[in-house]
Design a protein around this ligand. Sequence first.
Ligand SMILES: Cc1ncc(COP(=O)(O)O)c(C=O)c1O
Length: 423
Amino acid sequence: MVNYQENLKHLSPVWTHLTDIVVDHAEGCYLYATDGRKMLDFTCGIGVTNTGHCHPKVVEAIRQQAGLLIHGQVNLVVHKPLLELVDELRTVLPSTLDGFFFSNSGAEAVEGALKLARHATGRPNVIVVQGSFHGRTNATMAMTTSKNSYKIGYQPLMPGVYVTPFPYALRYGWDEEKASQWCLDELELLLMTQLAPQETAAIFIEPIIGEGGYLVPPKTFMKGLRELTQKHGILLVADEVQSGFGRTGKWFGYQHFEIEPDIMTVAKGIASGMPISGVISRLELMSKWIPGSHGGTYGGNAVAAAAAVATIRTIKEEKIIENVVTRGAQLKAGLAHLQEKYPQIADVRGLGLMVGTEFRDAHGKPDKKTTKAVQAECLSRQMMLLTAGPWDNTIRWIPPLVVTESQMNEALNIFESALAAVI
Ligand SMILES: Cc1ncc(COP(=O)(O)O)c(C=O)c1O
């Protein structure tokens, strides 16, 4: 008999743990622990299990593919699920985004996008926005500015990464348009004073900032970015790792802003939990990527690709994006109602089912203590929620996209009783 708790102590402490729950199995919005607990999972494994845990259609696709071919290395052979995945993705993307590269994790996709941007433009530098999270590998760690805990002890970082401000209106105490214009002006200044446009390959942005605090940029900012990048021949990279596959009420986050990126990175929700990620771009750009200069053993794995195909088909067949819009409105309305009662909730923001509740104290300062206490109270009431932001003062709501009306009410009730217990 394996002693789970004993073996837990042997996992590297570099892995932080929100709980010590040992999961036996999971279904839909719930995790079932070996000790009998049933947890409402509003973390979605950090925005991954969009179709819910173990959706039967995804499970069946994995089972079938595992019996046919698990690994067909893409430099050696090509397999059906990979080509079916290209086909499915093309049905939810503009016809211009017609080139695909697959890897395993979000960070790998961002690294891939960086390498593509450098080859496609012949330029060395990139710009990221303040608050960005792009991963924890060497390059993506340098591109991550959401918290310095991801960088401590790893200096020197990859050079060639510059940071431009993000229009975090609440933080600046400005309205969105003022924040947007100021940030665009600062970006122009950055390009005049710190790195020349002709040496800038790309600007990377999460269409909705994730780990950095669930921040939605004003449309004018995204449009301004698009105009400025086009003017200078700089590529615009949308990191859709967290915001993709229906999470925000559209297939991809960038679609809210009437812009089209040059490159997209996808992962997480693409395959309901199987590890696969992708770099998507115009084939014309991809053709400038020197063959063999990037790749990996497992990229586009057959079982993961089959899970991705089943995920996309399920999102379409079960009208999951429509559910996101309805349940997102329910969530935001419920939270706005609680905000009236608890002014410590300084902001309720987000798109679809990517929603943040930011806590600030009576002086308007970030309130991590209350945030963490509310999260802990929710946990003791069997609901898992994550926090985000540089001060960890934002609770992030990322339920499975199949969440029902009554499950959403259950979550809001738990949250309300947690607030009552803490405040
Ligand atoms: C926007 C974004 N990009 C990249 C990553 C990194 O993905 P992974 O953890 O799969 O490497 C994440 C992970 O949270 C993310 O949210």
